[in-house]
Ligand binder design. Structure first.
Ligand SMILES: Nc1ncnc2c1ncn2[C@@H]1O[C@H](COP(=O)(O)OP(=O)(O)O)[C@@H](O)[C@H]1O
Ligand SMILES: [Mg+2]
Length: 266
């Protein structure tokens, strides 16, 4: 359950790239707060600024103007930040090196920590994480990334998160490359992480239907701004902006759970 600690806060957050004729303002003054234990989904079309915001959350980018805070402070040291905040990215193949076994890479991912657990502890945590995503550790012995399917690799990214147990997870389009069945599985695993660890999860998608299922709150992002924030029901039943209505209209009726749940169309 969300408690009251504010994990991320944006105060008139602006991010610009380039200058003069090449100036691109990716974030145009975002204001928001995200609390510990919340699942917040950023929903919006392509190039609206979702990944740029995610990169601030990971400490990869600093704001041009305004403020971006983690637990009330600016992120000044990336390595410190990564003790707590970890990503799952869209493309699992680019996240793993093809020349090392998956097992080695899962174990090496503990190198991010200042206090690395013992070798035996690392091995046990990787085994447990593989079991958590329904993979028998023995099946993976000696396997390289190119020997696995896209869906299996996506699971390996999740296993990495189960092993590291970060306080905050940033999942940027983590389910967009996989089929519906694998996607449902991944979402189940994310829910399990939230339940077991009270993990704060920032989920990023262009699919507002998916957002409705998984989120405590939804932020609608458009053209570098958060144009609407609310609970899934607030956003789905009483959309306040044309952008939100447009995103809702794009979902086939059969996939609109709020119609069934509330017994009427919006
Ligand atoms: N490093 C960069 N340099 C220049 N422009 C960038 C950079 N990163 C993102 N942008 C621009 O910022 C805008 C938002 O990008 P992004 O956040 O990646 O969109 P999305 O919502 O699809 O994730 C886009 O117009 C993109 O071209
Ligand atoms: Mg993106």
């Amino acid at each position: 359950m969300p408690n009251n600690e504010i994990i991320f806060e944006g105060k008139n957050l602006v991010k610009e790239f380039g200058h003069g004729k090449t100036l691109c303002t990716a974030l145009k003054g975002m204001n928001f707060q995200i609390k510990e234990g919340e699942i917040v989904t950023l929903v919006g079309g392509s190039a609206c600024g979702k990944s740029v915001l995610a990169k601030h959350m990971l400490g990869f980018l600093q704001p041009t103007k305004g403020e971006f805070l983690y637990r009330g402070k600016k992120i000044t040291n990336q390595r410190d930040h990564w003790q707590d905040v970890q990503p799952i990215f869209q493309d699992p193949f680019s996240a793993f090196n093809q020349f090392y076994t998956i097992r080695e890479q899962l174990e090496d991912s503990f190198n991010v920590f200042y206090k690395k657990p013992s070798k035996a502890e690392v091995k046990k945590r990787v085994d447990d994480a593989l079991l958590a995503v329904n993979v028998q550790p023995s099946e993976l012995e000696g396997k390289f990334p190119f020997e696995l399917s896209g869906g299996q690799m996506q699971r390996m990214l999740l296993a990495r998160i189960f092993a590291l147990k970060p306080k905050v997870l940033i999942a940027d389009e983590a389910t967009s490359m996989v089929d519906a069945c694998v996607r449902a599985n991944i979402l189940d695993y994310l829910m399990k992480l939230k339940e077991e660890l009270n993990m704060t999860i920032i989920f990023i998608t262009h699919d507002i239907g998916l957002a409705y299922y998984v989120s405590d709150r939804i932020f609608i992002v458009d053209d570098g701004q958060i144009v609407e924030q609310g609970t899934p029901d607030e956003v789905a039943l009483t959309p306040k902006t044309a952008v939100t209505r447009h995103l809702l209209d794009d979902i086939p009726d059969i996939h609109k759970p709020w119609i069934v749940r509330n017994g009427h169309a919006q």
